[in-house]
Design a protein around this ligand. Structure first.
Ligand code: PLP
Length: 468
């Protein structure tokens, strides 16, 4: 039977393969043809050889499938129905269309990343967003780096290397991914001086800890957890006069750092960089892809003197922001010049502010199609849910939301876990994977981040086929 297999050459000459070669080049197609034929030869020589050798047209089709699989990207679009709006595992903030457009336009050719078009001389990449950041936050100066972890590391290294940094024991946070405050201090070459206790720290604790070796008082926003009950922390506004009087600097790491008052939308309040600067901080750091709703970036705003020291510190070169996120950041920040349109144009804010009734209407629109796709194995209903903001912002707050709850139809209680896992796996295996969450023997699909039901509905024939 082996003799009936075509040669690599012959398979490549098939018209369907020739179309593949035209699209993807001879190197990839020939390599895949070789592997395909070698595997077939193994099967034919194996213990259970197939009854016949596939037709050449069938082989050409298999070759096309192999080539497509080889070229398929590992990074895929997914539908976030987890109920967590800023989902770190799903890429955090989704970029506004303006940012996507600006990236596309800027990356397709050369741009003035570090070129001053007015003078024709070398420019500074920071200048692309510094004006916007200063205007929005009221800062004297601003610089940007790869992410907020880098912003914190660089700030401490530039302002306090070989000196002491005073930080409250209630704020020695771990953000995840091995970003722990004590380790960051050590990496930055600073000596950490812990003050206060886990639940209570007072102004006098900071005051006593300041010595001639102190360079910086550091505040860290308690992301991902809340200290509740018998607690006390010293605010930036209370620390600023102490820092001034003692001749040390005051920095705060906001983590999320919303640029607007979230309270105006009925959302839980997050401290803003503007408030922190007004309170007297010399440096404020925050993320680009959390509540701000832009690309991964670390934003550093503050006094001209402190920011200049940070910008000139050699480590800055290693942590600098690439032109890709820089373009996205510029376009995202520009949206903040039209603040009344943010809930329309910035996906993160659009989803966070979407009223529960609107989310429920979306869920209602998906109900019958999901029921049809999953009957009779699963029952589907619309339920009230609560969404999370995500990414460590406002860890204890929940947004009233709605979605679908899908449960296996079983005679007894047994097998529910397996049936739910099978459903979750099928949803993840769709052309556009749907990511939900399993809770209380149900698979939940929170509809808060669904702008348009069409892409969701387009998955249902594939889902139906899995359970047919
Ligand atoms: C998220 C967070 C960071 C890290 O920010 P990245 O942009 O993810 O690097 C640092 N500090 C705090 C308080 C955070 O919440």
């Amino acid at each position: 039977m082996l003799s009936k297999l075509p040669s690599v050459d012959r398979l490549i000459k098939h018209p369907a393969s020739q179309a593949l070669v035209a699209a993807h080049g001879a190197v990839l197609v020939t390599e895949q043809a070789r592997v395909l034929l070698a595997e077939l030869r193994q099967t034919l020589l194996g213990e259970q050889p197939p009854a016949s050798v596939p037709e050449e047209a069938g082989l050409a089709q298999a070759l096309a499938a192999r080539c497509m699989q080889r070229l398929a990207p590992r990074m895929r679009r997914v539908l976030n129905l987890t109920g967590t709006v800023i989902h770190t595992n799903l890429g955090r903030a989704v970029l506004p269309q303006a940012a996507v457009d600006h990236i596309t336009a800027m990356m397709a050719g050369p741009n003035n990343l570090e070129y001053d078009l007015a003078s024709g001389s070398r420019g500074d990449r920071d200048s692309i967003v510094e004006g916007l950041l200063c205007e929005i936050t009221g800062a004297e100066a601003a610089t940007v780096v790869n992410n907020n972890a880098a912003a914190v590391l660089l700030t401490i290294a530039a302002l306090a290397r070989d000196r002491e940094v005073v930080v409250s024991r209630g704020e020695l946070v771990e953000i995840g991914g091995a970003f722990r405050m004590p380790d960051v201090m050590a990496s930055a070459g600073a000596q950490m001086v812990e003050v206060g206790t886990t639940n209570r720290t007072h102004l006098a604790d900071y005051e006593r800890a300041i010595t001639p070796a102190t360079a910086l008082l550091m505040k860290v926003h308690t992301s991902n957890y809340a200290v509740q009950g018998f607690t006390s922390a010293v605010s930036e506004a209370e620390l600023a006069p102490l820092a001034r009087a003692k001749g040390v600097l005051l920095a705060t790491d906001l983590g999320s750092g919303s640029l607007i008052d979230m309270g105006q939308y009925g959302l839980p309040k997050e401290p803003t960089p503007q408030q922190m600067l007004a309170a007297g901080c010399d440096v404020v750091t925050f993320s680009g892809d959390k509540l701000l709703g832009g690309p991964q970036a670390g934003l550093i705003v503050g006094s001209k003197e402190a920011v200049t020291r940070i910008r000139k510190f050699p480590m800055k070169r290693a942590l600098r922001l690439s032109k890709l996120p820089l373009a996205a950041l510029e376009a995202t920040l520009t949206l903040y010049l039209q603040p009344d349109l943010l809930t329309r144009d910035l996906p993160t804010l659009r989803w966070l502010t979407r009223p529960r009734d609107t989310v429920a209407a979306t869920a209602q629109g998906l109900l019958a199609p999901f029921q049809q796709a999953l009957a009779p194995r699963y029952s589907v209903q619309v339920v009230e849910l609560s969404s999370q903001i995500g990414s460590g912002s406002l860890p204890v707050d929940r947004l009233p939301s709605a979605g679908l709850a899908i449960a296996p139809v079983l005679s007894g209680k047994r097998g529910a876990g397996t049936a739910l896992e099978a459903l979750a796996t099928a949803l993840r295996g769709l052309p556009l994977p749907i990511i939900g969450r399993i809770d209380d023997d149900r698979l939940l699909l929170d509809c808060r981040c669904v702008d348009d039901v069409a892409p969701v509905l387009a998955q249902l024939p594939h889902l139906k086929a899995v359970f047919a």
